[in-house]
Ligand binder design. Sequence first.
Ligand code: PLP
Length: 417
Amino acid sequence: MSAKFQPGRDFAIALDRADPLARFREEFHVPKRTAHGEEEIYFAGNSLGLLPRRTPRYVEEELTKWERLAVKAHFSGEHPWMPYHELLAAPMARLVGASPGEVVTMNSLTANLHLMMASFYRPTQERHRILLEERAFPSDDYALESQARFHGFDPEEALVRVRADDVTRVLERDGAAIALVLLPGVQYYTGEAFDLGAITRLAHARGCVAGFDLAHAAGNLVLRLHDWNVDFAVWCTYKYLNSGPGSVGACFVHERHGNRSDLPRLAGWWGHDKESRFRMEPGFRPIAGAEGWQLSNPPILSLAAIRASLDVFMEAGGMEPLREKSVRLTGYLERLLRERAGDRIEILTPPDPGRRGCQLSLRVKASGLGRNVFEKLDAAGVTCDWREPDVIRVAPVPLYNRYEEVWRFVEILRESL
Ligand SMILES: Cc1ncc(COP(=O)(O)O)c(C=O)c1O
């Protein structure tokens, strides 16, 4: 924060007035808690993003097409369903620093992780290990463990779980035995951001494939997946990308892999050459690029919700301006926490804005009191989340959260403590 920082509410209100993105809050439904319709302080966009006001309209359009055109909507109407997923490619690619041919919106994060590993985890006796982090999200851990087993390796030996600050050392020392590096963009528990460019460089120098789980990074950080030379990445769209519970995930495959005939893959008809798909003949011929990994015809209602959300992101100017506000907003939260509650709250997330996204993970210093404080926050109209054993995660999201909410949150937290 600048030298002019003041701890009072007026300062927060002044920051909101000066915020060029402030109007985007009006694009969202913020849940209301009280009979008087008071909006809650929603700091859980890292878990489920809010509903954009325009989403029902986008979804409704597809329902109307279904009602009026039924099967013919695959080929007619304003946005025919057959190529509907293509509408999402350019904005999604822009958000993660890719070209449209390198991304596809499909399946769910974990399903995509398996599909990517079918192509990019090619273990041999000498090189079959997978480097992951010590506290990987459980779904990733289970997926990696099952992949190792699927290829006939003992996960106890094949999975190398390391602390974030040990990644470089372990890669340098043991890289020759590691087939795949699979790390998060932002760690879900601590909120720490990984340096994906540096990790990819080092992984490649040691002959490993570099893949990432961007569940907490997509829509949160500025990403440059193409320039960083990342091999593949997977993410979900229901967190920072505001597309609704269980909505479809997305996948990045670097352009240099997009047309490789030597890569094995698990194929389905929606990945097959578009011109000849409906000849219904045997003999899979993949579409070039990430689209070639598609399996099935996609759920249009879910894609419509993603399209609505991506349009909001594009109108906000993409990730750069959002990230700029995010650094300020989370920086303001951190400063207030340190000044107003620093004696009772520990912040687990790194203090360097370059090593985190919008989330801060907080621990109540007095042992055993964390859960109680979390419940008091909830009762006072704050939605954030609790992660066992003792962390409260708070994520002020630049698209819809305000500085004044951050200020109120810290006041409520002080009372709850
Ligand atoms: C970091 C991370 N990885 C993976 C997943 C699993 O995602 P999905 O249920 O879409 O497969 C989640 C879900 O919250 C997550 O936060």
